[in-house]
Each structure stands twice: as structure tokens, then as C-alpha cells.
Design a binder for this molecule. Structure first.
Ligand SMILES: Nc1ncnc2c1ncn2[C@@H]1O[C@H](COP(=O)(O)OP(=O)(O)OP(=O)(O)O)[C@@H](O)[C@H]1O
Ligand SMILES: [Mg+2]
Length: 246
């Protein structure tokens, strides 16, 4: 579905992404881990058109997308969330989600009524149906993260890219959001998730890619990855205890 082929990105003298190749298949729940500054967000920015690659190619469903502006990448069916959520605080939860339906590929042709009808399923998937009429600014951080997810889902993405969606959440909020993510994936969306929390990756992902200083360190199943000596040294610091794996 998504093919990143020998992609590099340099910022001046810094190789933030260095010759990375990876393949995400339809239906996968794909995790990307790596230390702070490893290049995870940069990789997402390259896929979504916020940055052009210095070299290499990126294809989605067999067609090149590198060099396209972000809105055209979105219209191809790639949705993303940002590390810092910024809902329209003065607008209702529902109106925020409607912006997704109105600014997606067929959005301009939709009536407000049609856009409204497209919000039910995203709100249900993230568990915000009962909060639809609340002002977005009144939501907790966990609620805002769910709202951002619902807004992206209203664009009807085939591929959803998540950048540390669990960042700053309480344990209970993380558990809750994991249920939503499982539901979203089960409903047919392919997911690529950047995440620091190893237990979240172990629980949700079927495939994990480890970035280290912009390069591939390892890839495999979650259990392969956490048993791998180099990953333990570069990323985890020490082997996970049984409790951390659970
Ligand atoms: N626009 C930019 N200009 C210059 N340097 C950048 C730019 N964006 C990222 N970098 C640098 O590229 C490297 C990778 O950054 P990136 O944000 O992709 O890391 P990350 O893996 O997402 O980290 P974190 O876990 O902290 O979110 C860092 O050294 C960062 O300072
Ligand atoms: Mg980042």
C-alpha cells in the first residue's frame, strides 16, 4: 500500500532520514519506534507532503506521492494526526469533525447535511458520540486526541498515520484510546503508529520498524523487536521485565 524506497532527508549537514526503505501492506497495524530525534516525525512529514525528500521515492497504491503538497496526499487517502493537537477550541466537537468531511477529497461537493451524516461513524469509533455538542476546548487532553482522530477519520483515509497520539495521556486515557484504535483498525483502516510507549506497540501492532539516528535499526514482529540485542541497547536501555511486556 505504502512503499518508501531509499528515502533520505537532510537538513543542512544533518541526515535526519538516511536511506530508509519500508513497505506497509493493506490491513497492517504498523509501529515505528525510535529515541527522541531518531527521525520519526520527519518520516511522517515526508510521507504526507509536509517535506520533500532529498532523495528516494514514496508510492501509495502504486503511484508516486513524493513532491505532492499535503492536501493532495490527503486526497489520495492518507490521514495523519500531529504530535500536538490543535482543535478549533471555540467550535463544537461535531463541527470540528465536520471540517474533516468538508475538506476531504469530495468535500467541496458535499452539503452540510451530508457532511454532518459522515460524522456519526467517526464519533462512534473514537467514543465521542455523547460529547458531540460540547465545545472542543472543554475536552480533556484525552478527549482532544480522540477528536483529532475523529476529524481525520471523517476524511475517510485508507491509511492513517499517528504521531505519538498517546503523548501526555493518563494510564486510563491510554487504555481507552487503545480500544478506539483497535476499533478503527478493525473497521478497515490501515494504521501506521509512531509511539514511545512500548507496551502500546506490543499490544496493537503486528509489525514494528525501529529507527535509530535516521536509519533502520531493525524490523520484525513486536516480540522479535523487543528481544533484539541492538534494539535493547539503543532504545530500551535494558530488557523489558515481564510486567512491562504485559
Ligand atoms: N525542519 C527541520 N529543520 C532542521 N532540523 C530538523 C527539522 N525537523 C527535524 N529536524 C531534526 O531532525 C532530527 C529528527 O527529528 P524528528 O522530529 O523527526 O525526530 P522524532 O523521532 O520525531 O523525535 P521525537 O521523538 O522527539 O518526536 C532531529 O535532530 C531534529 O532536530
Ligand atoms: Mg516526533
Amino acid at each position: 500500500m505504502l512503499t518508501i524506497n531509499k528515502v533520505s532527508k537532510t537538513f543542512g549537514g544533518l541526515r535526519a532520514i538516511d536511506d530508509v526503505s519500508l513497505n506497509v501492506k493493506q490491513g497492517q497495524f504498523f509501529g515505528i519506534i525510535g529515541a527522541n530525534g531518531a527521525g520519526k516525525t520527519t518520516l511522517l512529514n515526508l510521507v504526507t507532503g509536509y517535506l520533500p525528500p532529498t532523495s528516494g521515492t514514496i508510492e501509495f497504491e502504486g503511484k508516486p506521492i513524493h513532491g505532492l503538497p499535503p492536501y493532495r496526499v490527503a486526497h489520495r487517502g492518507i490521514g495523519r494526526t500531529f504530535q500536538i493537537t490543535q482543535p478549533f477550541a471555540e467550535m463544537s466537537v461535531l463541527d470540528n469533525v465536520m471540517t474533516g468531511a468538508l475538506f476531504s477529497s469530495n468535500g467541496a461537493r458535499r452539503s452540510l447535511q451530508e457532511a454532518r451524516a459522515m460524522c456519526d461513524e467517526p464519533l462512534r469509533l473514537v467514543g465521542l458520540t455523547a460529547q458531540a455538542d460540547l465545545q472542543a476546548g472543554a475536552l480533556t487532553l484525552g478527549g482532544k486526541k480522540k477528536l483529532e482522530l475523529a476529524r481525520v477519520l471523517a476524511t475517510e483515509p485508507k491509511l492513517l498515520l499517528l504521531d505519538e497520539v498517546m503523548g501526555g495521556l493518563t494510564r486510563a486515557e491510554i487504555e481507552d484510546l487503545m480500544i478506539s484504535l483497535r476499533r478503527i483498525h478493525a473497521a478497515g483502516t490501515t494504521v501506521v503508529m509512531i509511539e514511545h510507549l512500548v507496551h502500546v506497540i506490543l499490544d496493537l501492532c503486528d509489525h514494528v520498524f525501529v529507527l535509530n539516528f535516521g536509519r533502520e535499526l531493525f524490523r520484525g514482529t513486536p516480540n522479535d523487536v523487543i528481544s533484539h540485542p541492538e534494539v535493547i541497547e539503543a532504545y530500551l536501555g535494558k530488557p523489558l521485565t515481564a510486567a512491562e511486556r504485559a
